[in-house]
Design a protein around this ligand. Structure first.
Ligand code: NAP
Ligand code: GFB
Length: 299
């Protein structure tokens, strides 16, 4: 029986599972609730997507919550999986865990080689401990649990929060409102930073593959290894939403990490022919989903 935590979220909702849960079903920061979940449903495999997730603004302003909620959820899920005899578990890190000052490209062995970028260090450290806990459980309990490191993910059913969301969903939502209300479109920062964007449905397929095939101690990066500037991203979103108004760049808003180029050669060695959804196509699918579902979107 496959359990997906975070099943009501962007990635979790795209993964095939026997049971998907969200925070209203079980609060994974509560140890008793987590035990009830495993006692009642007895999963044999777990894809653990649940997390407190957000963009640069949310991460900068709620560091205590991001650290506490993620360290509790991850610790509880991995320990409950062990106690209840779960055979396979996939946990999620993120490319923001990498040190801010390390030789590029970012590869799996560099995770702990220095502090993460200040904008999301609390979340990044909580996620790094997931790697430490999994390695410790593999060594002491001989468990075949693994973790994956996706880059910036976007797609349908994302969290389209205008303030605390990630750049893609926040931009789509803000550009949609600016078009509908005939207003200018405000964008944060300089537009110079570079990001690697991966479509949520690709991440879902890759995490299902990892559950069945990946067995190394080391996490595996899930990335297109293709960088896009925020400015180019904005141009694609504006074109796809047919926004005709003015763009206002708010230079006082943070740029965050300049770039986080990840090396996907380990994934390529396993799946040399994996076809990633091109960014423009993924944005088109996400924007069409957004317009078809608005205002019933997660924001
Ligand atoms: P998301 O859309 O924000 O969904 C988060 C999920 O976690 C939701 O289902 C949410 O339930 C659940 N959740 C939050 N707090 C919970 C709690 N206390 N108890 C139980 N469930 C709780 O997240 P996502 O973007 O799909 O991310 C999925 C995974 O990928 C996360 O581990 C994230 O760290 C990782 N990741 C994300 C990105 C990205 O750019 N989005 C990049 C790299 C890695 P509700 O719906 O009920 O709130
Ligand atoms: O996705 P994002 O918020 O977070 O992207 P990170 C931030 C970049 O997009 C910055 C620019 O360069 C912002 O200046 N940006 C432009 C905007 N307009 C907007 C906007 O309206 N909203 C947002 N949010 N950004 C995250 C981490 O870092 O990466 C998370 O904070 C997670 O923990 C995620 O790991 C994958 O890419 O900087």
């Amino acid at each position: 029986m496959r359990l997906v935590t975070g099943g009501t979220g962007m990635v979790g909702s795209a993964i095939k599972a026997d049971l998907k849960i969200g925070s209203k079903d079980y609060d994974l920061t509560n140890w008793v609730a987590v035990n009830d979940l495993f006692e009642k449903h007895k999963p044999s495999e777990v894809i653990h997507c649940a997390a407190k997730v957000g963009g640069i603004w949310g991460n900068m302003n709620y560091k205590g919550d991001f650290y506490r909620e993620n360290i509790l959820m991850n610790t509880h899920i991995i320990e409950a999986a062990r106690l209840h005899g779960v055979k396979r578990l996939v946990a999620f890190l993120s490319t923001c865990v990498f040190p801010d000052n390390v030789e590029y490209p970012l590869s799996e062995r560099k995770i702990h080689m220095g502090p993460p970028h200040n904008s999301n260090d609390a979340y990044a450290y909580a996620k790094r401990m997931c790697d430490i806990q999994i390695r410790a459980y593999r060594e002491q309990y001989n468990l075949n649990y693994i973790s994956v490191i996706p880059t910036n993910i976007y797609g349908p059913n994302d969290l389209f929060d205008l303030t605390n969301g990630h750049v893609v969903p926040s931009l789509i939502h803000r550009c949609f409102l600016a078009r509908e209300q005939g207003k200018d479109l405000e964008i944060w920062g300089t537009g110079k930073p570079l990001r690697e964007f991966i479509f949520s449905e690709d991440v879902a397929r890759l995490s299902e593959w990892a559950l069945d095939n990946y067995e190394e101690d080391e996490p595996i990066i899930l990335s297109t290894s293709k960088e896009t500037s925020i400015k180019d991203l904005v141009e694609m979103v504006v074109e796809l939403l047919q926004f005709k108004g003015k763009l206002i760049w708010l230079k006082e808003k943070p740029d965050g990490q300049y770039r986080k180029p990840s090396d996907n050669s380990k994934l390529k060695s396993y799946l040399p022919d994996f076809k990633y959804t091109p960014l423009y196509e993924g944005l088109k699918k996400t924007i069409s989903w957004f317009e078809n579902n608005y205002p019933n979107i997660r924001s």
